[in-house]
Design a protein around this ligand. Structure first.
Ligand code: KG4
Ligand code: ZN
Length: 345
C-alpha cells in the first residue's frame, strides 16, 4: 500500500510517499530555517505563507522522486495537529483537495504519533531496521514537546508516563543559544560549540518533584545559565563558552536519561525509542544508549533526517490507520486542523 503524506505543522514543508508503513519511496522537505532565523524563532504567519509557496513544488518533487502519479497512490495522509494552526491548514487543504479530486481516502495523523513511528522507516535499498518490542517506552523530545510515553502495541494505545511542566527540551536549547547570542535553531549550534567543553565546569542540578512524578522541567536550568551570564556580564567565548554549553547540555541530557531509566525500572520495560529533533543530539544518544545497555536494555533511534520534522513518519502512521479509512467519504471533505491534540487520546 502506497501512501502520500503531507506535513506542515511548523516550519518544514514536507511530502513523502511510503509503502506499507516503512519503505520510504520519496521524502521531500523544504525547510524555512533561513526565513525564521533573523527573528530568533518560528514566526507563525511567515510559516503559513511560505508553506503556501512551497507545498505544490514539494508534492511534485515527491511524486517525481518515487516515479509515481497520483493515480498510483492508495491514500493521502496529512498532519492534522498538534502544531501551528495556520501552518497545518495549508497542508490539510492541499491533502483534502488531492483526496477529493482523485477519490482517495484521507487519513488524518497526529504529529507526535509520527515522531514515535519514525524508528520503523528505511529506504528500499537499506535493510529494514531492528524495531522495538511491545510495550516499549518512547521519549519524544522536540522544540514543542518533551514527554515520555508507553506504547502498548503497533498503532495501538499510547499512555503518558511523564511530561514537561514548563519548557520543552528543544526550547531550552534554543533559549540558551539565544541568551548566548548564538542564533536559531539553538540545538545543533549548542551541540557543536559544546564539543571540547568541560561538562563539570558548572554543576547544574537535576530537578525532582516532591510528589515523585517523573515529569521534566527545564526552566530552572535555563535560569541557572542566565544567572551565570548575569554574574559574569557579556557573552563568554572560546573555552569558557564551551564549558558553559557542555555543562548545560549534560544537565539537560542527564535529566532526560534519569527519567527514562527510572521509568524502565519501575515498569520493567526492555526497549526504549528516542524521537524528535533533540534526538539528533549525539550526547543524548550516547548517554542514553550507555545507561540502558548497562542495565541490559535497548535503545532505538531513527536516523537524524527522520528525527526532525518530515512527512515519511506521517505516511508511516497512516498505514496503521488505513483499515479505518476504506474510501473517500463526507467526513474527509469536512476535516479540520487541531492546534492541540494529545497522542494519548
Ligand atoms: O522535531 P523538530 O524538528 O520540530 C518540532 O516538532 O519541534 O525539533 C526541533 C528542535 C529545536 O528545538 C532544535 O533546537 C532541536 O530540535 N534540535 C536539537 C538538535 N538538533 C535539533 N537539540 C539539541 N541537539 C541537537 N543536535
Ligand atoms: Zn516535530
Amino acid at each position: 500500500m502506497k501512501i502520500l503524506a503531507i506535513e506542515t505543522s511548523c516550519d518544514e514543508t514536507a511530502c513523502a510517499i511510503v509503502e506499507d508503513g516503512h519503505r520510504v519511496l520519496a521524502d521531500q522537505v523544504a525547510t524555512q530555517i533561513e526565513i525564521h532565523r533573523k527573528y530568533g524563532g518560528v514566526v507563525p504567519e511567515l510559516a503559513s505563507r511560505n508553506h503556501v509557496v512551497d507545498i505544490v513544488p514539494v508534492v511534485e518533487a515527491a511524486l517525481a522522486e518515487a516515479g509515481l502519479g497520483l493515480a498510483d497512490l492508495d491514500a493521502i495522509a496529512v498532519t492534522r495537529g498538534p502544531g501551528l494552526v495556520g501552518a497545518l491548514l495549508v497542508g490539510l487543504q492541499v491533502a483534502k483537495s488531492l483526496a477529493w479530486a482523485h477519490d482517495k481516502p484521507l487519513i488524518p495523523v497526529n504529529h507526535l504519533a509520527g515522531h514515535l513511528h519514525a524508528v520503523h522507516l528505511h529506504r528500499p535499498e537499506e535493510p529494514a531496521p531492528a524495531t522495538p518490542g511491545y510495550p516499549h517506552l518512547a521519549l519524544a523530545v522536540s522544540g514543542g514537546h518533551t514527554a515520555l510515553y508507553r506504547v502498548e502495541a503497533p498503532g495501538g494505545p499510547v499512555r503518558l508516563v511523564a511530561n514537561t511542566r514548563d519548557d520543552a527540551a528543544g526550547e531550552a536549547f534554543d533559549k540558551v543559544a539565544r541568551m548566548l547570542g548564538l542564533g536559531y535553531p539553538g540545538g545543533p549550534t549548542v551541540e557543536r560549540l559544546a564539543r571540547g567543553g568541560d561538562a563539570t565546569a558548572h554543576r547544574f542540578t537535576i530537578p525532582r518533584f516532591k510528589d515523585g512524578a517523573l515529569d521534566f522541567s527545564f526552566s530552572g536550568l535555563k535560569t541557572a545559565v542566565l544567572t551565570v551570564l548575569e554574574k559574569r556580564g557579556g557573552f563568554p567565548e572560546g573555552q569558557e563558552q564551551a564549558d558553559l554549553l557542555a555543562s548545560f547540555q549534560q544537565a539537560a541530557v542527564d535529566q532526560l536519561v534519569d527519567r527514562v531509566i527510572q521509568a524502565t525500572e519501575e515498569q520493567g520495560i526492555e526497549d526504549v525509542v528516542l524521537a524528535g529533533g533533540v534526538a539528533c543530539n549525539g550526547c543524548l544518544r550516547q548517554t542514553l544508549r550507555d545507561a540502558l545497555a548497562q542495565r541490559g536494555r535497548r535503545l532505538f533511534v531513527p536516523p537524524p533526517r527522520w528525527c526532525t520534522d518530515n512527512a515519511a513518519m506521517i505516511a508511516g502512521v497512516a498505514f496503521t490507520q488505513a483499515p479505518a479509512h476504506p474510501g473517500h467519504d463526507a467526513a474527509d471533505r469536512r476535516l479540520n486542523a487541531v492546534g492541540t491534540w494529545s497522542v494519548t487520546a
